[in-house]
Design a protein around this ligand. Sequence first.
Ligand code: ADP
Length: 468
Amino acid sequence: MKKSIKVLFCSSEALPFVKTGGLADVAGSLPLALEKLGIEVRIAIPKYKGIDKTAAVVGKDIKVHFIENDAYFLRDGLYNYKNVDFPDNLDRFSYFSKRVLEFIKEINFKPDIIHSNDWQTALIPVYLKNLFIKDEIKDEFYKDIKTVFSIHNLAYQGIFSKTEFPKLGLDWELFNINALEYYDKINLMKGAIVFSDIVTTVSPTYAKEIQTQEYGCGLQGLLRARSNSLIGVLNGLDYDQWNPMKDKLIPKRYSFLTLQDKYINKTALQKESGLEVNDKIPLIGLISRLADQKGLDILAGCLDEMLKRPLQLIVLGTGEQKYHQIFGDAEKIYPKKVNVTLGYDAVLAQKIYAGSDIFLMPSKYEPCGLGQIISLKYGTVPLVRKTGGLADTVIDLTENPDMGNGLVFEEYSSAELLKTIDRALSFYNNKTYWKSLIHRGMNADFSWKTSAKEYAQLYTLAASKVPS
Ligand code: ADP
């Protein structure tokens, strides 16, 4: 029998234990899909406040190791508290990264691949190559381990003052432009991009975009230099969790065959939100971090015009104060047309996915994006900007009448967004078009099935790499 590949998946958050963003969804679901492919996978995350054991099992037999350090992890918040970053984040995550490597030897689990994610675990490949398998140590345990590093959002690189460098326990030699140094600061993500065997990011389009000046966040040159080892793999969605046929949190479950039941969810949502209860008025949903990344400045730029249209807008999100203000004001002016919830509310989110007609994601950049993939499954037509994972999942109906599953615009401007909203409204009024849009969306398969196979192939490829 072929020996199965062993993977240690390292992350700073993972469902069902702890979540602040999309990374937790990936860390909670990709390992399960890998296990189904016969890969032996384990997970390592920090033991935060609220996690009261040192190990757990998820899926069939995936061991989750919680790395302990009470001084670092037993506190409120993962990376910050009340929006202020913890001042000891470098200590915390360099500790985690080094400790994971020591720990696997202590428990004698020798993975073929360590898969780390984002800046918090970016030091793992750096430590592995520069401390643990350095020639003089000649540690047999580590020498064949290969590394895959995934970028979930290039905008967060883990940048720290060089005065903190001695804490890392690495040779000062590594504080140079070909390793961790970046404009005279420490850049952890840069280190991982340099030292990992394979670098991935969460959609094929984002993988191309980040090699350009516009999207590269200063690392485009390095990413171009590594383009042969840089691969975009689209995140999958866990359809056991996100499925209008199984969703216990929405008023009425439905499928494409019982689409009329979707409108029970719509009117229930209108009622609950104080909007005019009318299943004929198109209801636009927006669930998002309220940050510039999400295209909210161009939405704000056309909000007044947009609200002159016969439509309703329901917003769920939290983030920058200026957007709290803008949406809050709109709600005050149009209480029957606009409803805004400023906060994080997983239950309301499912109700909005189920009850809306259109889902808005005008992102400036979007590594993968989950919202549009969820809304496709819920028969809610995504209206998105053509960038990153949005470009890889949503096909514009005007451009491709036979395959279209949503509305897409390219130029990042309020005018283009408004035009696209108008286009959506005219399609909405044509029941045949609208139904075919919904149908294609609900039938599409963006589960982990395909993407997990791609990761499996990448692991095999990484495992076969000869040490450089
Ligand atoms: P990002 O990770 O950049 O924030 P994604 O689209 O990849 O964006 O994932 C965001 C996920 O978080 C989606 O599942 C979305 O529904 C959910 N989400 C975002 N904001 C909220 C909120 N305020 N309440 C509930 N869920 C939210």
